[in-house]
Design a protein around this ligand. Structure first.
Ligand code: SF4
Length: 301
C-alpha cells in the first residue's frame, strides 16, 4: 500500500501557458514518481522538499479536484490540464487505485481539455474517457487558433536504447513498450506525439542516435516532437545533478570530464550547444515531416 496524504488543493493554475506544453493547469494525483528517472527535476532539492521520497497517494484528490474544477467551470476559466507535471499519471500503483481514471471522469464532467504526459502503456485503460474528452472539452479561447480537440498525449523519451534507458530511467517501462503503446494510441486516432526530453549529451544526442529517433517517430507517424536538452540542479547527493553525473561516471567514464565541465557553473548546457541542438532537431523535424510544436489545427489541415 502506498503512503497516503490529504491535500487542500490539487488543481494548480500555472503562471503562464507554456508554448510547448500548453499548460493552463497542472494536476498531480500522486507525490513522487516510481519511474525514478535520474535526470528528473523532482529528484533532490529543487522541488524535493515538496515531493515525497516514495510514491504517495493524495487520498482526497478526486473530491478536491471536482470542487476546484466546478468552480473554474462556473467562471468559464477553461484551460488545458497537464496530467502530470511532477509524477507519471500511469504508474503501476494507478492500476489498483485508478486515481487517473477518476480524475478523467471529473475532467470530462467539467469539459476541460487535457494534455497527458506519460511513459506508460497503462493509458490504454482510459481510452474510452479520453475519446469522450477529445470531442466534448471546451477549448479555451486563447488556444482556439492552435487546438480543435480536447486531448493531447505526449509520450516521454530520452532515448530508444534499452541499455541507456535502463541506466537513466530505471523504474520506467522500456522504450519498446512505450513505442508499442504510442502505436496503439495513434491507431485510436488520438493527437499524440513525443516529449523528447532530455536528450543526453554525447549519449542520445549523437548524429546516429538522433537519425534513429526521428526516423522511428516518422515511421510511427507521430504528430509532433518536442526536443530539449538536459538541465541539472543542486549540489546534494539526492539532486538530479549528482545522480546523472554518477551514472555517467560509472557507465560512460570517457564522458565524465565533459559532463563535469558542462555543468560546472550552469544548470543548463552551454548556449552554443543549445542553439546547435535546436537547429539540428528543427532540421530533423523538417526532413521527417514532423511538427516541432503542438498544433492540432495545422496538423489536421
Ligand atoms: S516519469 Fe517523469 S515525473 Fe516520473 S521520474 Fe521520470 S521524468 Fe520524473
Amino acid at each position: 500500500m502506498p503512503a497516503q496524504v490529504e491535500v487542500k488543493s490539487v488543481l494548480n493554475k500555472t503562471r503562464r501557458t507554456d508554448p510547448w506544453f500548453l499548460d493552463d493547469y497542472t494536476v498531480n494525483l500522486y507525490s513522487g514518481c516510481a519511474f525514478n528517472c535520474l535526470y528528473c527535476y523532482i529528484q533532490g532539492s529543487k522541488y524535493g522538499h515538496h515531493v515525497a521520497k516514495t510514491t504517495t497517494l493524495k487520498t482526497n484528490a478526486i473530491e478536491v479536484l471536482s470542487r476546484q474544477l466546478r468552480a473554474r467551470a462556473q467562471k468559464k476559466q477553461y484551460g488545458v490540464i497537464v496530467l502530470s507535471s511532477v509524477t507519471d499519471p500511469y504508474m503501476p500503483v494507478d492500476r489498483k487505485y485508478k486515481m487517473t481514471r477518476q480524475a478523467l471522469e471529473v475532467i470530462l464532467e467539467n469539459r476541460f481539455p487535457v494534455h497527458i504526459i506519460t511513459k506508460s502503456d497503462l493509458i490504454a485503460r482510459d481510452y474510452d474517457l479520453l475519446h469522450a474528452i477529445d470531442t466534448q472539452a471546451i477549448i479555451p479561447s486563447h488556444l482556439s487558433d492552435r487546438l480543435d480537440r480536447g486531448v493531447i498525449i505526449s509520450y516521454s523519451f530520452s532515448t530508444l536504447d534499452q541499455h541507456v534507458a535502463h541506466i537513466f530511467e530505471p523504474g520506467a517501462p522500456e522504450p519498446q513498450r512505450r513505442l508499442a503503446s504510442l502505436q496503439k494510441t495513434l491507431a485510436e486516432d488520438f493527437y499524440a506525439g513525443i516529449s523528447l526530453m532530455p536528450l543526453l549529451p554525447h549519449i542520445s544526442d549523437t548524429g546516429d542516435h538522433l537519425d534513429f529517433l526521428f526516423s522511428t517517430f516518422r515511421e510511427f507517424q507521430v504528430c509532433y516532437v518536442l526536443p530539449a536538452s538536459l538541465t541539472l540542479y543542486g549540489e546534494q547527493l539526492e539532486d538530479n545533478k549528482h545522480q546523472v553525473l554518477s551514472a555517467v561516471q560509472q557507465h560512460f567514464p570517457q564522458l565524465h570530464q565533459k559532463y563535469l565541465k558542462f555543468f560546472s557553473h550552469n544548470a543548463q548546457m552551454p548556449g552554443y550547444y543549445r542553439v546547435a541542438l535546436a537547429r539540428k532537431t528543427r532540421e530533423l523535424c523538417h526532413i521527417n515531416g514532423l511538427e516541432n510544436c503542438i498544433n492540432t489545427l495545422q496538423s489536421n489541415n
